[in-house]
Design a protein around this ligand. Structure first.
Ligand code: KIV
Length: 303
């Protein structure tokens, strides 16, 4: 896709000064295997709307995930369980309008694929028709029939193993997974099964760093870690955690690169104080009347 340059005469003020778009070629599913072969680390963040998708792309992030984490991060749900296909589609459309160079992957929400391959293919196809270039779904061997059916429909799949948030009730909370030897071996088996099925990459979430590295070594396809240590082929973070725009205590693996919540709070407080004190708007921020309207009215009957 060709990056779109905003028409400054049409775009809102905020979009006018957007930074340079990445000139590198479009990222496709093939890019990731090549990156793994070159030992080049993969970068990924979530985005749920047009501005954050644009900013992620301007920063040359490789993979934009329209994650079902949007339910907790921007819709205020307690878990990702209530997220619907309609909500995912709404946010996916906004992300796709940014026409990112990054690969766009949409997350199949809870109950959109668990019932079987037919649901999985139908809902994945809805994402693809709306501009997603791949889908992600949580689970290993248990969802292999769904993964195979989606792939057979020519839709690329990103796997997701370890701490799978849609299983929160089975796990009894958000806990690090596969800490023991047996559970680690089972996760490795899941990972190999998904690779054999044809997934182009796999998210490894909330597992010991040693296991993250072991799975990464054992696979031809890349692993993208989140709380899975530095041994993975790449890293993904929820954007709002990374920029400090979330309200809960960040998980151990989150590194905060900015305090956007603090910046917004500060800006809003200053705005309120300026309005109250009559400092905003200034004359330079106001429109003047047209010169003729400012001059004394002429008598239309006078000759
Ligand atoms: O929904 C999401 O954001 C995710 C990432 C945490 C990988 O699944």
């Amino acid at each position: 896709m060709t990056p779109r340059t905003p028409d400054s005469s049409q775009s809102p003020a905020g979009a006018r000064d957007a930074g340079a778009r990445d000139a590198r070629p479009k990222v496709t599913v093939r890019t990731f295997r090549e990156m793994k072969q070159r030992g080049e680390k993969i970068t990924s963040v979530t985005a749920y709307d047009y501005p954050t998708a644009r900013l992620a792309d301007e920063a040359s992030i490789d993979l934009i995930l329209v994650g079902d984490s949007l339910g907790m991060v921007v819709l205020g749900y307690d878990t990702t369980i209530p997220v619907t296909m309609a909500e995912m589609m709404h946010h996916l459309r906004a992300v796709v309008r940014a026409q990112p160079r990054a690969l766009v992957v949409a997350d199949l929400p809870f109950a959109s694929f668990q019932a079987g391959p037919e649901d999985a293919v139908r809902n994945s196809a809805r994402f693809i028709k709306r501009g997603s270039e791949a889908v992600k779904l949580e689970g290993g061997k248990r969802v292999l029939p769904q993964v195979e059916a989606i792939l057979a429909a020519d839709i690329p799949v990103l796997g997701h193993l370890g701490l799978t948030p849609q299983s929160v009730h089975r796990f009894g909370g958000y806990r690090v997974q596969a800490r023991g030897r047996e559970a680690g071996a089972a996760l490795l088996e899941d990972a190999l099964a998904l690779e054999r099925a044809g997934c182009f990459a796999r998210v490894l979430a909330g597992i010991p760093l040693e296991l993250g590295a072991e799975v990464t070594r054992a696979l031809q396809i890349p692993t993208i870690g989140i709380g899975a240590g530095a041994g993975c082929d790449g890293q993904v973070l929820v954007l709002h955690d990374l920029i400090g725009l979330s309200f809960s205590k960040p998980a151990k693996f989150v590194r905060r690169y900015a305090d956007v919540a603090g910046t917004i709070r500060g800006a809003l407080t200053t705005f309120r104080e300026d309005v109250r004190a009559g400092r905003y708007p200034a004359a330079a921020e106001s429109y003047a009347a047209a010169p003729e309207a400012a001059s004394p009215e002429k008598d239309p009957c006078a000759s």
